[in-house]
Design a protein around this ligand. Structure first.
Ligand code: NAP
Length: 258
């Protein structure tokens, strides 16, 4: 059976991946399409990159759309999920992947504007998207259940002292959110988990304004290398899948033993 015919069998899985124009989100979109998920490819500013991902995933014979939305803004999140309702049908899965990093600073150099941006983009967005997903997936609202994966970070454990404790703390909030929400919706057919990647080679690190950081960090990782977006995508897809049917409220570290 060719890829397209195989995926006709699995048309009922519909996944929103926030921030899937690049990096981990893009790799997750490609693997999800290969496994038969219909997809909403959300992006913030990079329309061309999102369009390229769309073209790649359509080759797997799934339904897919791109949707621009700043997921830290409530009205835009509502619009994003309404697009899914209209264009793709019943939502079954969500990956809260969109996130941002900030220039390296000590805590005594951080202002409120920076802190609000980090927590709005990395934490508030995930609450808002989960809210919209639950309203569609929960058996409490007549949905068929589903799964949510939050993209946290190993930083939630390490603390990122001297560079971005605010980013690390925002991922700590995501860990707690994951565990709390998993319990809240456990009887409504929804599993909620997180992946905690270590240092993954993507463009996000340009935002830290720390040249050479990738090489420095790699030396401290027990495996002596950084990870790839594809290695994180594999973990996300397992947590989304029925193979993880008794896994909920879990944090899966994908960090080379760090
Ligand atoms: P990336 O390559 O910089 O990609 C970020 C993606 O998020 C892009 O698609 C971007 O869209 C989107 N995005 C950013 N802000 C957004 C917003 N407000 N609304 C909607 N989309 C937004 O980043 P990445 O490395 O793949 O990181 C993805 C996630 O993994 C983040 O949550 C990050 O914290 C987490 N993580 C990354 C690492 C790592 O080492 N790379 C490690 C641990 C955790 P545009 O293309 O339109 O800008």
């Amino acid at each position: 059976m060719d890829k397209s015919a195989q995926n006709l069998v699995n048309r009922s899985k519909t996944l929103v991946i926030t921030g899937s124009s690049r990096g981990i989100g893009r790799a997750t979109a490609l693997l999800a399409a290969e496994r038969g998920f219909n997809l909403c490819i959300n992006y913030h500013t990079n329309k061309m990159a999102a369009q390229n991902v769309l073209e790649e995933v359509l080759e797997f014979g799934v339904h897919a759309v791109t949707a621009q939305a700043d997921v830290s803004v409530e009205a835009e999140v509502k619009r994003l999920f309404e697009t899914v309702d209209t264009e793709l049908g019943e939502l079954t899965h969500l990956v809260n992947n969109a996130g941002t990093l900030v220039p390296a600073r000590r805590v005594d150099e951080m202002d409120a504007e920076r802190l609000v941006k980090v927590f709005q983009t990395n934490v508030v967005s995930s609450f808002l998207c989960a809210r919209e997903a639950i309203k569609r997936m929960s058996t409490r609202y007549g949905g068929q259940g589903g799964a949510i994966v939050n993209v946290s970070s190993a930083a939630s454990r390490t603390g990122s002292a001297g560079v971005y404790v605010d980013y690390a703390a925002s991922k700590g909030a995501l860990d707690t959110f994951t565990y709390g929400l998993a319990q809240e919706v456990a009887q409504e057919g929804i599993r909620v988990n997180a992946v905690r990647p270590g240092f993954i080679d993507t463009e996000i690190h340009e935002l830290s304004e720390l040249p050479g950081r990738a090489e420095q960090v790699a030396k401290t990782v027990p495996m002596r290398r950084n990870g790839t977006a594809e290695e994180v995508a594999t973990a996300i897809l397992w947590l989304l899948s029925d193979e993880a049917s008794y896994t909920s409220g879990a944090w899966l570290d994908v960090a080379g033993a760090r």
